[in-house]
Design a protein. Structure first.
Length: 399
């Protein structure tokens, strides 16, 4: 009997999402009755605003939504996305330059598929979202990590990027505000990076999913606004998940030059066709409706941000750069490693995260999911009481 052919080597090399894995473990423990507090998932704890839900309910009464629609997205939604892109990213685009995707994650995947060929290198500032290196690998690209630590507020410099650039460098991942760090590049830093990318003909994959979640009067300036010439070689990735508490609705999009969008649209026509029409109608309501509830959520995140930074900073051996965007704190916890805590001596943040879960019943994501060890990601997109209780458990564990 002939042995069965092997599975795909490419897919077998892809790791499960670390953040989703930790979140699933936390939820499993919670279901078993353990009082676990989870900082793992990047998911707002608020309900989707009611007017958005009402728009989805109304869409269910229109039989046109039960049929296939254009694979690249409903024309009316692409128009609304074009308006948002002009308003928030400073870039005027035609709706034909937009593809509506099943969440921002599909847009990230398709962006790399559109611009990479086998062996192309992608400069990947670290700490990075856990999906980026896997999406690059799925496009036969090679991620090249460029690390910036807490001393740099987790932001890479032109000098670091230039040192990592080779004749195989094809693309740069640019994320501001950042997941996992919450860092926001200044307009001057963004402009310098954009000009550098234009000078060297490098594609920029700019993830703007958190662009509306910024604090202390900061604005996340888009790289295409800072450097208009960069628009010819930039793909913007965005979605409604974070700003409008719509993670489960799965509506994102990509915006870019027509030739890149064309090849990505061809891919989507075979991969998934159109996004669920009811969810698209909900996203339309989110973008074109009142923004008061989104602002209320942002203000709540800001309050929680200040609380978690203040409380984590009370732990000896922990350094917490001030995050100015998104809803994550990314403390440097190297001062906790190599020390004994309740009979255990963690030497990596993988081991530290396991210790924290076992001894404090708190779920955090270790830095290894986002780059080098020595850091933890804590999402503060959870209730105020749980947020404070979880950090106080950490304070008691590391007292």
């Amino acid at each position: 009997m002939t042995e069965r052919a092997p599975l795909s080597r490419k897919l077998s090399a892809i790791a499960e999402s670390a953040t989703l894995k930790v979140d699933a473990k936390a939820k499993s423990l919670q279901a078993a009755g353990r009082p676990v507090i989870s900082y793992a998932a990047g998911e707002p704890d608020f309900p989707t605003p009611q007017f958005i839900v009402d728009a989805a309910a109304a869409a269910l009464t229109d039989p046109a939504n039960f049929r296939y629609t254009p694979a690249a997205g409903l024309p009316v939604l692409r128009e609304a996305i074009a308006a948002k892109t002009l308003r928030d990213s400073g870039l005027e685009v035609d709706p034909s330059q937009i593809i509506v995707t099943n969440g921002g994650k599909q847009a990230v995947y398709q962006a790399f598929q559109a611009v990479l060929n086998p062996g192309d290198e992608v400069l990947l500032p670290a700490p990075y979202w856990t999906t980026y290196p896997e999406a690059i690998a799925l496009a036969d690209g090679v991620p090249v990590e460029v690390f910036a630590g807490a001393d740099q507020d987790y932001k890479v410099t032109i000098e670091q990027l230039e040192a990592a650039r080779t004749d195989r460098t094809t693309a740069l991942v640019f994320v501001s505000p950042s997941n996992p760090t919450g860092s926001v590049y200044t307009p001057e830093e963004t402009k310098a990076i954009g000009e550098w990318a234009v000078e060297h003909g490098i594609w920029v994959i700019s993830d703007e999913i958190y662009q509306n979640l910024v604090y202390e009067g900061v604005r996340a300036v888009s790289i295409v606004e800072a450097v208009p010439d960069a628009a010819a070689q930039t793909i913007l990735v965005n979605g409604v998940a974070k700003t409008y508490a719509m993670t489960g609705w799965r509506v994102g999009w990509m915006v870019g030059p027509k030739d890149a969008i064309k090849v990505a649209a061809n891919l989507q026509s075979h991969l998934s066709s159109n996004v669920n029409n009811i969810a698209q109608r909900a996203a339309l309501a989110a973008l074109s409706g009142p923004q008061a509830e989104a602002e209320q959520m942002r203000l709540a995140f800001d309050r929680r941000r200040r609380l978690i930074v203040s409380e984590l900073s009370k732990i000896e051996g922990v350094t917490v750069p001030n995050p100015l965007g998104a809803f994550y704190a990314y403390p440097d916890v190297r001062g906790l490693l190599g020390r004994e805590w309740r009979g255990k001596t963690p030497t990596t943040t993988l081991e530290l995260a396991d210790l924290i879960l076992e001894e404090a019943e708190v779920a955090v994501v270790p830095g290894e999911a986002f780059g080098p060890s020595g850091y933890l990601r804590l999402s503060y997109a959870l209730g105020d009481d749980a947020l404070l209780e979880g950090v106080q458990r950490l304070q008691r564990l590391f007292a």
